[in-house]
Design a protein around this ligand. Structure first.
Ligand SMILES: [Zn+2]
Length: 124
C-alpha cells in the first residue's frame, strides 16, 4: 500500500474518530439534555437557521437510533463539545460584589459568589 493511500479513507468507510465523537456525546449529555437540545434546534430551524436544521435532523436520527453518516456525527459532536466548553467558561455577575466570575465559582442556590456567600452567612 502506498504511503499516501494509508491515510485516506475508502469510499463508504466511516472515519474511525466518529466512534469517539459518538461516545463523547453519550458520556457528556443525558437523554433529557439531548431532548432539550433537540427542541432548541427545532425552534431555531423554524426561523431558518441552517445549522440548526442540520444538527436537529442529525440529533433526531441519533435519538431514534437511525443510521447517521460519520461527518454528521462529527459535526454534531463538535457543536455539542463547543457548547459544553462555553457553559464551563460562562461568566456571570455576582449579585453581591458585582464581580464577573466563572459560573462554577458561584454558590449554586444563590446569585452570589462563594466569597460573598461566606460573608453573608458565615459571619459571627
Ligand atoms: Zn461576590
Amino acid at each position: 500500500m502506498e504511503e499516501t493511500e494509508r491515510g485516506v479513507l475508502k469510499d463508504g468507510d466511516p472515519h474511525p474518530a466518529a466512534k469517539i465523537a459518538l461516545k463523547w456525546i453519550r458520556d457528556n449529555y443525558s437523554y433529557q439534555e439531548l431532548m432539550l437540545q433537540l427542541e432548541a434546534f427545532s425552534s431555531c430551524a423554524i426561523e431558518g437557521n441552517r445549522l440548526s436544521e442540520i444538527l436537529g435532523e442529525t440529533l433526531r436520527r441519533l435519538l431514534n437510533n437511525e443510521p447517521i453518516s460519520d461527518r454528521y456525527i462529527m459535526g454534531l459532536s463538535w457543536y455539542l463539545f463547543d457548547n459544553k466548553q462555553s457553559e464551563i467558561n460562562e461568566e456571570v455577575e455576582c449579585g453581591g460584589c458585582g464581580k464577573k466570575i466563572n459560573k462554577s465559582k458561584m454558590h449554586p442556590e444563590t446569585c452570589v459568589c462563594y466569597e460573598c456567600y461566606a460573608k453573608q452567612h458565615l459571619s459571627w
